[in-house]
Design a protein around this ligand. Sequence first.
Ligand code: SAM
Length: 283
Amino acid sequence: MPCSPTSERDNWPTVTGAKSATAHELIAAGLERREARWLLEAFAGRDGLEAAVRRRLDGAPLQYVIGHWPFRSLELDVDERALIPRPETEELVGRAIAALAGRTSAPSILDLGCGSGAIGLALLAELGERAVAASLVALDRSPDCLALARTNARKHGLDAVDFVEGSWYEGLDPSLARSFDLIVANPPYVGALEYDELDDVVRREPRTALVAPDADGVAGFADLAAVIGGAPAWLASGGALVVEHGQRQREAARRAALAARLVDVETYDDLAGHPRILVARRP
Ligand SMILES: C[S@@+](CC[C@H](N)C(=O)[O-])C[C@H]1O[C@@H](n2cnc3c(N)ncnc32)[C@H](O)[C@@H]1O
């Protein structure tokens, strides 16, 4: 999503400033057509359109400007505290639901690096729709993310959630060892060099949500290595690990799963055809 040239930004005060702005005026101010439509819809009947357009033209992600965004069946609050949930992560949720098939009627789920709460809360909501009473531990190192995830849980009436602050499995109570039917994670997996080349708008999201140190000779792989390597100690027998990884990390993720003695290791592409998701089980 490109930033607009200053000349277009300077046009803004003359084209509107009122709730009655038209899509044509917003486009003339520098917004893309569909963004103009989304902003008009999001701010219909409420104040703040002008400030929202200014923020967007200044390079803020559209999702932060609107303040909420759909993810699977949920409309999640999103802001600068957490990563904007991605379409490929919606696919991870689908894989996770499939991985739970045949498990107990009340599965216990761990969402590592929960951010806005997207993965874990979507799972709770969708399992609930199938009369499956799951429980969730949503863990993040960032108190800001946990605050946002709490808001999203409240917003959707999802209360079977324990929010835990901590660094990966170190944050968990030892009594939970070998108890989870499902561990899901979309950890940071962008290498530092790759991060520098990302679009400006992506770099408005928290760097700590995106960038991981290198490991096993693979850029950005350290957090995935920690999540995959630690999983057997926290999964129940037969429980599944479902993780998202970078396009060039499929083999490293598979190797890490096998080294952790996980079984039934499968990898999947996302809808764009990029290697993206690993599923594996504790024997
Ligand atoms: C890529 S974001 C994913 C957020 C959310 N799960 C999603 O898919 O939209 C990674 C998340 O991991 C968290 N994180 C980074 N390092 C962590 C660590 N050592 N322990 C726990 N969480 C961590 C970040 O704060 C961030 O919320």
